[in-house]
Design a protein around this ligand. Structure first.
Ligand SMILES: O=C(O)CCC(=O)C(=O)O
Length: 412
């Protein structure tokens, strides 16, 4: 008897169907004959061949620095992920399919992105349907489902013991409530001065939704995300891992004595549409004839540290859940901040603010800085090239918006 396959059992991949022949030709041109052979077998439903093709593309992605990887290999990786996911989906292994699709979204190219997104939508729906019947992962009762509660109120005496020396004793970043775009341009953007902007994100759905573990698990629990584990990216024991968002949230909740797990500088909102719908690009990011460069998530437990560094873009760092301490030094003090000399780390300071060595870095000692505590609902404007050090004081979910001003803007 012939097996009947309904549309529901198949992941449709319109872009892959149209682009496969061309893409395989381009991969052949780069000498990827083994990949082409495996991928052709994968298209006929051979899982092992699909896994092998994915492995081959993965090796290519890791064959040198990221910027030197040929874009065709990123598309090849997405292609193989789609073949593997199609197989799992047909077998009703929806969580497994999602894991592979997310890897395609995170590591793959743009050519087949629409297919990956379409497939994620279908697989998420099917995975949630299965779980709705018996949901054991939902956290019930009281405040248990909250990431941050009133009990997490910070004690300033304790906080000052954790923060770098002299914190909150110099100049505080000025704070403005519900500042207009014109006011922002006139008083801060044009002069390149930091400002703390309060009461400008009350309308974000994220402000009411993201402090709820049940919500986050429901919309993103099965999704795979890259996280950083270790004191910070300048330390030797620092590493990256891939985790499901659910497992990541559990780690945040457990936040034991070990080193923190930080979902840092990840374009989560390109990956997870439901979370994208919860945030709003602040009007301030339209200052200067904008080009949006990236919107990144910074999610983690208390105690994450982003060491002193600077970025080339204008930045609004929006605090959705929890609190962070931020310290800022102007670009004019760069020399006294001892930037690393290797090209990859040139934008990071050698000075560890949590353990300053005055003999090694004598010029650093008496530098003036500005700092602030970024409270839930606050946004901090960090002008381009301003050095910043950030430490989370509670579990914290923040979003950064990086943009560049048009070349004709006085601040570009
Ligand atoms: O929140 C953090 O830990 C760091 C944020 C940051 O460095 C940025 O937005 O550029």
């Amino acid at each position: 008897m012939a097996t009947v396959t309904s549309d529901d059992d198949v992941l449709t991949t319109p872009a892959l169907d149209t682009e496969a022949v061309n893409l395989l030709q381009m991969i052949s041109n780069e000498g990827g004959y083994a990949y082409v052979s495996m991928s052709t077998r994968a298209a006929n439903g051979d899982l092992r061949a699909a896994e092998a093709a994915r492995e081959m593309a993965w090796e290519q992605l890791h064959s040198g620095p990221w910027h030197s990887v040929l874009p065709v290999w990123r598309d090849a990786y997405s292609m193989a992920c789609l073949y593997v996911a199609k197989f799992h989906y047909r077998n009703r292994e929806f969580v497994e399919a999602l894991r592979v699709l997310d890897m395609g979204l995170i590591m793959g190219g743009m050519l087949l992105r629409k297919d990956l997104e379409l497939a994620v939508g279908k697989a998420t729906e099917r995975a949630n349907d299965l779980v709705r019947v018996s949901d054991e992962s939902v956290v019930n009762g009281g405040d248990n489902h909250k990431l941050v509660t009133n009990q997490n109120e910070i004690n300033m005496i304790q906080v000052l013991q954790i923060l770098p020396k002299k914190s909150l004793s110099c100049k505080l970043v000025s704070k403005r409530s519900a500042l207009s775009l014109e006011g922002f341009m006139r008083d801060y953007f044009l002069s390149g001065s930091p400002v703390l902007l309060s009461d400008s994100m009350t309308h974000w759905p994220a402000r009411t939704k993201w402090n709820d573990l049940n919500y986050l698990k429901r919309v993103a629990g099965y999704r795979t995300v890259p996280v950083e584990v270790g004191k910070n990216y300048l330390c030797n024991d620092w590493k990256q891992e891939m985790l499901t968002f659910s497992d990541f949230l559990e780690r945040i909740r457990a936040n034991g004595p070990d080193v923190p797990t930080y979902l840092a500088q990840h374009p989560l909102f390109d990956q997870i549409q439901e979370l994208r719908n919860d945030i709003v690009i602040p009007d301030y990011c339209f200052a200067g004839g904008t080009e949006m460069k990236s919107v990144n998530a910074w999610f983690g437990p208390a105690g994450t540290v982003t060491p002193l560094h600077h970025d080339p873009h204008h930045n609004i760092l929006a605090q959705v859940v929890g609190k962070k301490y931020v310290r800022l030094y102007p670009a004019s003090l760069s020399e006294e901040l001892y930037p690393h000399t290797e090209s990859m780390l040139k934008n990071s300071s050698q000075v560890d603010l949590d353990n300053i060595d005055p003999d090694e870095f004598p010029k650093f000692q008496d530098l003036e800085f500005m700092d602030c505590i970024l409270e839930e609902g606050d946004m901090l404007y960090i002008p381009p090239k301003w050095w910043h050090y950030v430490r989370s004081l509670t579990t914290s979910l923040s979003v950064s918006f990086w943009w560049s001003a048009s070349p004709s803007s006085p601040t570009s």
